[in-house]
Design a protein around this ligand. Structure first.
Ligand code: FAD
Length: 509
């Protein structure tokens, strides 16, 4: 074994001097934990997980707003190697997924390796020692391999609204919900009509005295039709593993069957359009309101949303739809681009995340100090969605071209984790110090993904979504193909695409 570092599980954490591990992972969401669990099972490499928050869970720890649910069925939106027969519902509430991740991290034994409250401020490739130096608020860490798994939906995006500083009420982002703030009887504005807003709007309408929803563009909505699993079903999932495996497989292939509309296959589009239109017609009898809630772009261009009660909420007397963007704030008055003004006590920003230009790209420096954000000047890209030339020994998880618009993110994360585990095995077997993807391999892979993106609803569907790079307009976030092809093409390490440098004795430390 070529590793020179030791495991730290039994050693108490000290910020200084430097802690070291073979693999430094940043982030303890599905991606970071998924890799940590495999490394823990494997026992061949030491690892540390750096996490800025005080618990694991990522998305599902941070998003606790009322009504937070996963759109993807839970037997599919979970690790294949950690089935949970006890999901309470077909699509779980956020807190259940959070608890699932907490339990998984504890039972898989990764918690001793997680450094909580540790924010990565800078990560730089050190040519001399062939290691990554990771600077945090708790000191510097050193790793032979560096794995940013920092999420694309983990840094909130709050637009600068003129007059924001004059607002006398409470203003917060949906991912930083203040559960101590009573909303009962308050006048509330919610900004945005994306995946979060659609879950929040019916909940806010239950408690607010008045609710105004600022909509820049309407959403395509299908009924959610969630339901609780019966005790008998849960017993069956626990006792007969094949039953939940079969269900997971059926769920996966059902979601794959919806990919046709993203490829704009006429029959698939017609089918889903009929379902969306008839749902809106049934739920919104008022013609003018229905027109205002009808999107002007193709289905799937932005995330297709699921709610049983979103549309019906607009039929309530105390709920208003403002069909323009929030343009300015004057004291407690929020004013739309239309000129319409509303008096409010609370503003909820359901305005999404810094997804296509993730902040972590501004703190990662590769060979000769090159900044990842500069390498990504025209948008995020990576070979097999994981490795980047000039950034040796770095494996990205859940970043460029790794999201899917139609199925479970955990599925693509697992394919990436398998690739990284194979890469680490290969490096060990070949006694290699530095592994770097060839620039031509990266470019060829990215060209292939770009080509597949052409003609999809994401590039041709007439909307401006967060899946596109805001500078170049390139589709950089989404894997523009079926998910099973992602697994086929991504889950295996391909040594031929890399330059591998043999292990050198370390004389610098
Ligand atoms: C409200 C909501 C609903 C969603 N619903 C679905 C769904 O239905 N289906 C689906 O497939 N996907 C959904 N997603 C997407 C979801 O983000 C992914 O499915 C998945 O959870 C991402 O996991 P991750 O580990 O990549 O990132 P995250 O879960 O975001 O984890 C990243 C971690 O990195 C940490 N971190 C970031 N920067 C630093 C730093 N500088 N230093 C230290 N730590 C850092 C963060 O604190 C966080 O814990 C949803 C997202 C949101 C926000």
């Amino acid at each position: 074994m070529s590793t020179t570092f030791t495991r730290h599980a039994d050693r108490p954490f000290t910020a200084d001097p430097v802690e070291e591990a073979d693999v430094i992972i940043v982030g303890s969401g599905f991606a970071g934990l998924g890799l940590a669990m495999q490394l823990e099972r494997d026992q061949n490499q030491s690892y540390l997980v750096l996490e800025r928050a005080d618990d694991v869970g990522g998305t599902w720890r941070d998003n606790t707003y009322p009504g937070v649910y996963c759109d993807v069925p839970s037997h599919l939106y979970s690790y294949s190697f950690r089935p949970n027969p006890d999901w309470s519902m077909v699509r779980s509430p956020g807190h259940e997924i959070y608890e699932y991740l907490q339990t998984a991290a504890r039972e898989e034994g990764v918690l001793p390796q997680v450094r909580f409250g540790t924010t990565v401020l800078d990560a730089a490739w050190d040519e001399v020692s062939a290691t990554w130096l990771v600077t945090t608020n708790k000191g510097t860490f050193r790793g032979r391999f560096f794995v940013p798994a920092m999420g694309l939906l983990s840094d909130s995006k709050v637009p600068e609204i003129p007059g924001m500083e004059t607002f006398g009420g409470e203003l917060f982002h949906s991912a930083a919900w203040d559960h101590d703030l009573p909303l009962t009887g308050k006048r509330v504005a919610i900004i945005g009509t994306g995946a979060t807003a659609i879950q929040l709007v019916p909940e806010l309408a239950e408690v607010a005295a008045e609710l105004v929803v600022f909509q820049r563009s309407a959403a395509h909505v299908l009924p959610r039709r969630n339901r609780a699993y019966t005790p008998a079903e849960r017993r069956m999932f626990a006792r007969v593993p094949e039953s939940r495996q079969g269900l997971r497989s059926a769920m996966f292939w059902f979601t794959e069957s919806t990919f046709g509309e993203r490829r704009r296959l006429p029959q698939s589009v017609a089918q889903v359009k009929a379902a969306v239109d008839s749902f809106r017609e049934a739920e919104v009898p008022d013609q003018a309101l229905r027109a205002a809630l009808t999107p002007d772009y193709e289905i799937g261009c932005k995330r297709l949303l699921y709610s049983d009660d979103y549309y019906a909420t607009f039929g309530r007397d105390h709920v208003s739809l403002e069909t323009s963007a929030l343009a300015r704030i004057e004291g407690n008055t929020v004013i739309g681009a239309s000129g319409n003004a509303y008096e409010v006590d609370v503003i909820v920003m359901a305005t999404g995340f810094a997804a296509a230009r993730p902040p972590f790209a501004n703190i990662i420096r590769g060979r000769e100090g090159v900044l990842l954000a500069d390498h990504w000047a025209t948008g995020m890209e990576a070979y097999q969605t994981i490795t980047v030339s000039s950034f040796p020994n770095m494996f990205l998880l859940s970043a460029p071209s790794a999201a899917t618009g139609h199925t479970s993110a955990v599925y693509t994360i697992e394919a990436q984790v398998q690739n990284v585990m194979e890469a680490l095995d290969w490096v060990r077997a070949n006694d290699c110090a530095v592994l770097e993807v060839r620039a031509d391999a990266e470019a060829e892979f990215v060209d292939g993904v770009d080509r597949r993106g052409q003609g999809t609803v994401w590039t041709e569907g007439g909307c401006n979504s967060w899946y596109l790079d805001p500078g170049s307009g390139k589709l950089t976030l989404i894997w523009p193909d079926l998910a099973y092809r992602f697994a086929d093409e991504i889950s295996h390490f391909t040594p031929a695409a890399y330059v591998a440098t043999p292990h050198r004795p370390r004389t610098d430390r």
